[in-house]
Design a protein around this ligand. Sequence first.
Ligand code: GDP
Length: 317
Amino acid sequence: MRVVALAGGVGASKLLRGLVRVLPPGSLTVVGNTADDIEVHGLHVSPDLDTIAYTLGSAADPERGWGLAGETWNARDAMERYGMATWFALGDRDLATHLYRTRRLREGACLSEVTQEICAAWNVTTPVLPMTDDPVTNRIVVDVDGTAEDIHFQEYLIRRGSPPGVIRSYVAGVETARPLPAVVEAIRTADALVLCPSNPVVSIGPILAVPGVREAIQRSRARKIAVTPIIGDAPVRGPADKLMPAAGIDVSCAGIARHYADLVDTLVIDVRDRDRAAEVAVFAKCVVADTLMTDLDASVGLARVVCADLGLGGLSA
Ligand code: GDP
C-alpha cells in the first residue's frame, strides 16, 4: 500500500499526524510545498517543510502550529537591538534548522537531500519530498492605495497581515522548475493520493503547477481524495479567503470541489457544511465528516475517514 499526500504547512500537518498513526508503517510519502520558501537574514527558510518535519517529529509548537515547542526568542530580541527586520520571526531552536539547511545548500546539497537530513534529525521516518529542488516563489500582486505592488507571499501574509485587495497571485519560476523525480515516481506508483486541507492557491497550487505533477496525478490510477480547507465561507486559519477569489475559486467547499474536480474522486467536507453536499456531489463523491482538527484525536479520526474512503477501512492506529 503506497499513499502519497500533497501538503502545505499547518493544515496539512494536522492531517499528516493522523495519517501516520492510521496507515501501515512505511506506506506514506509526503510531497511538500516549497513556494513559501524565503531567504531571511541570508538563511534559507522552508516554512512548510519544517512544519511537516516538526509535526511528524512531535516537536511542533501545539498552539502556533508552526515552529518548535518550548521555543525562546533571544536571537530575535538581539537582532532588534541592531535594527534588523524581525517581522519573520525565527526562534532560537528553529534557527539551527535554517543555519544547517543554508550551510548544506551552500556546500552543494539539494533541498531534497537536506530535507531528508533534517527529517532524520527529528526522527521522522516518513519520506518528505520537496516538490522540486529548483527555486520557486509565491508572489502576491496587491492593490495598495490604487497602486499594484508585487510582493513575496510571506511579506503579504506576515509583514502586511494579509490585507484585502489581492489582484492576482503567481508562482515565480515554476514554469522552468523540474519536479523531483521521486515525486513523479511516487505519484505514478501510488495506490492512493491525498490532497491535504491546505491553501489551494499558495500550497497545493504550486505543487500542481510544477510541470509534470498535475499530469502524473491525472494519469495515476490511484484513488484520489481531498479534504476541504474551507468550512462555511472561511478558511480555518490563514489568508485563503483573500487569495481564492482572485484565482477564480469560490470560498466554499463547493468551490474547492469544482477546483479539484479533474483531480480527485472524493472531497471530504465539514459537518457544518452538510447542506452543501449536493452541490459538491456534482464534482466529486462527497463525504461529510468533522474536519476541524483541534487535537490529535480529531486528526486520527479524520485520517480514519480518509482511509475508509481509500479502501483502507480495516486499519487502526
Ligand atoms: P500553511 O502553509 O501553514 O498556511 O498551511 P496549509 O496551506 O497546509 O494550511 C492552511 C489551510 O489549512 C487553510 O486554508 C486552513 O483553512 C486549513 N486548515 C487549517 N487547520 C484546519 C483544520 O483543522 N481543518 C480543516 N478542514 N482545514 C484546516
